[in-house]
Design a protein around this ligand. Sequence first.
Ligand SMILES: NC(=O)c1ccc[n+]([C@@H]2O[C@H](COP(=O)([O-])OP(=O)(O)OC[C@H]3O[C@@H](n4cnc5c(N)ncnc54)[C@H](OP(=O)(O)O)[C@@H]3O)[C@@H](O)[C@H]2O)c1
Length: 238
Amino acid sequence: MTYKFAAISGASSGIGRSVALKMARENVSVAIFARRIDKLENLAEEIKALNPHVKVFPFQGDVRDKDSVERFFNTCELEFGPLDIFVNNAGIAYSKPFTHLDGKQVQDLIETNFSGSIWSIYHAMRLFEKRNTGALINISSTTILKASQAVPLYAATKLGVAGLIRSLEEKYLTNKDIKIINIIPGPTLTDLVPGTIGRVDAESMISPDDIAHWIWLAINSPKNCKVSNLVLRNSGVF
Ligand SMILES: NC(=O)c1ccc[n+]([C@@H]2O[C@H](COP(=O)([O-])OP(=O)(O)OC[C@H]3O[C@@H](n4cnc5c(N)ncnc54)[C@H](OP(=O)(O)O)[C@@H]3O)[C@@H](O)[C@H]2O)c1
């Protein structure tokens, strides 16, 4: 399949930003969604300079607000036409034991990583089902694979979304035109947990550009060789 248009949540920094740049390099137009519009607008300028042949649409929104998520998907299709790829990437993390989180942090983790992901995937999948085509990429985490003492509630929100992804993947297993891919990265060099960079060995962490590279390979796998869960592990102890 030739992909023409991708939407990416949480594209203002880190993995989402790298994915947007990778898509643009591969001639895919991008709709980029996040709260920090200044960062999105800077990225849009960078993309236009990188590849003047693609369109870029920065959209300020908050995945905790389900109306803003719905507006994003509606506007996307009005601006660009059919959506080919959605990368569910927006997320936050607090590195604290469960009972040390305050009430606002608990609420934000659930509303961003869990509810925000569910609403985003819901709208993307409705568009894919309407035309029976599309690729859904979910950015999960290796915290779904083993118990996490550092980020227990974060792990729970990621595991919850992975449950939905597993059901969708099963549903579309025999459908050659809808791809459901769960990307499961280990520690990655981004600002997700402020203060991490500097405390840990940066060279042992994954680069967000590498994740973008693997996403591109995964969505371009042959139709009879679907990638479902792709674990990307870092090379050292975190
Ligand atoms: N870094 C890691 O070690 C690691 C490992 C495995 C998985 N992941 C996952 O990778 C994804 C991206 O994180 P990252 O590491 O690239 O960190 P990051 O640089 O902090 O990026 C997080 C992105 O999510 C956006 N975001 C956060 N809350 C949002 C909200 N309420 N509404 C809309 N957008 C929101 C942020 O944009 P605004 O602040 O501008 O809204 C930002 O663009 C997350 O789902 C994370 O769980 C990260």
